[in-house]
Design a protein around this ligand. Structure first.
Ligand code: OAD
Length: 230
């Protein structure tokens, strides 16, 4: 089976009712990103950061995967699909995608501030100041904040380098190192981009633009890939 690698961002979850980050009305318009998604912000005000992610977790509980997520699951019948997502939601997994690599962490997990390997699955529950790991350290969201390392990036680069077909769905490609993953995709590999808005894509790179929301865009992509590559 050909390897179809799919890099997703918050746009794929927009039709599930979850906000994107940089659009008008996006999360970073309502919240100061450096206050809720950076280590400095965490040091300044743990309660604010915990509350921000508690709210995101509660919202995720009520959200459902949309046609974009389920369309990618259907593609598993024809291709060896590997998803690399910048999203911290679990909608790819809940739709049934088998291989999902999270670059920016996961909302349903928390970890110890004293031992990064102590990670706990908390589902949709809230955490508060004073909630600690078994060693007594405060728990924090299992999220990659601005200025922090992205531990999964090397694996994501390796996966991207092995693609037979590459798709980029619902991301402005504004945040590195995730945005740089496209550079690892060999020039001979066809790249498809799904987004209802124009995005800034590396100029040297040919790609086919499906200017649609993810739900409809993935359906179009599916037809096209089956026609072209099966
Ligand atoms: P952005 O908000 O930067 O970009 C969202 C993209 O989704 C835009 O290009 C939109 O045009 C597109 N979009 C909107 N609605 C869509 C739909 N229905 N279907 C498909 N696409 C749609 O969000 P990301 O690129 O995901 O990191 O942002 C990357 C990272 O920045 C996030 O993972 C997050 C953020 O700061 C962390 O929090 C660590």
């Amino acid at each position: 089976m050909k390897k179809l690698i799919v890099l997703t961002g918050s746009g794929i979850s927009a039709e599930s009712g979850l906000k994107t980050f940089r659009e008008t009305g996006g999360l970073w318009e309502t919240y100061d990103v450096m206050e809720v998604a950076s280590y400095d912000g965490w040091e300044r005000n743990q309660n604010l950061v915990l509350q921000f992610y508690n709210e995101r977790r509660a919202q995720l509980k009520d959200a459902q995967p949309n046609a974009g997520h389920t369309g990618l699951v259907e593609l598993e019948q024809y291709f060896d699909v590997q998803i690399i997502t910048q999203n911290v939601d679990n909608l790819h997994e809940r739709a049934g995608s088998k291989k999902v690599l999270h670059l920016h962490g996961e909302l349903t997990k928390v970890r110890s501030t004293g031992d990064p390997f102590l990670v706990y699955d908390i589902g949709y529950k809230s955490i508060k100041a004073g909630d600690t790991c078994k060693k007594g350290f405060q728990l924090r969201p299992h999220i990659v904040w601005f200025g922090e390392a992205v531990p999964a990036i090397a694996e994501a680069a390796e996966i991207s380098a092995q693609a037979d077909i590459y798709a980029v769905i619902g991301t402005s490609l504004a945040v590195y190192p995730a945005a740089g993953l496209v550079d690892y995709v060999p020039q001979t590999v066809p790249v498809f981009v799904i987004d209802p808005n124009d995005i800034s894509f590396p100029g040297y790179r040919n790609f086919e633009f499906i200017k649609e929301k993810a739900g409809r865009g993935v359906a179009i992509l599916k037809d096209r890939l089956i026609q072209q590559f099966k």
